[in-house]
Design a protein around this ligand. Sequence first.
Ligand code: AVI
Length: 318
Amino acid sequence: MLDRAPLQAAQREAFRADVLEGLSKPAKTLPSRWLYDDRGSELFEEITQLPEYYPTRTETAILRAGAEAIAAFCGPRATLIEYGAGAGVKTEIVLAALDNPASYVPVDIAGDFLALSAERLERRFPWLEIRAVVADFTDDFDLPTDLPRLNRRIGFFPGSTIGNLSPAQAVAFLAQVGAHVGDTGRAVVGVDLVKPLERLIPAYDDAAGVTAAFNLNLLVRINRELGGTFDTARFAHEARWSVEDQAIEMHLKSLGRQVVRAAGREFEFAEGETIHTESSRKYSVDTFTALAAQAGWRQGSVWSDPDGLFAVVGLERA
Ligand code: AVI
């Protein structure tokens, strides 16, 4: 069994540093990756099942309907590298459709989760070589050096998580995918498309309050891991549209004036002041392609749903 203690200690330190920095800014903010502790990951799973949250079911339907064409785009004997691994059903759809894939390389920071999903896939595809990599895919990291060299590599990034990165982070990430897959490689990326706010806002502020619980859980995590004194009843979840960034922003709004301790410091909140906890950028196929072009990619094929809610974009090296 791998010793995860050093990684966990480093994570805790990074969390502390981000909380101290983010809550000290004039416009308070926290990086969205901290939303995903065990409870946060469970709540996100619940979000994906909500009637208002269209992205997961729409992307899954696109992958199902386009499986053959996507497999043809990837080509035979491909090595599939999935960033943020183990989305489960989506991975299975693609792996089952690929023509005799050489190997599957899931990359995820959550080592235990990665091991579990790799085991499950091993049972489903016993003939497939699976090489799990524990890494934060938004950081620089190397793939195992002994992966098959001659096969075409495909970077697979479903889920529209690309939207949770800033444009600069997204370009850096796509450039790293390009370095991983090489000149002959390709990428398949899930992109959530711009659409009317009547559809977007409820997807991030659902009637059952699951997204609110997901957002507020960040305060619970700060209380538990960094000795915080947040009273979750004194903050409210808010989902708003930023015209400038073309993004849904999640905020935690202070319901009154208050002082909260966290990570050994005190932070003052005015009534109505917010912590910005996540941006979920929405693209058109063209604005996404323009972004990918900055990282050395050009548009290959695009698969979408009849209502144009979501796109799965196949990228080729420019
Ligand atoms: C993981 N990511 C693509 C989700 C999104 O839609 O931006 C995270 C999420 N936040 C609130 N609901 C879902």
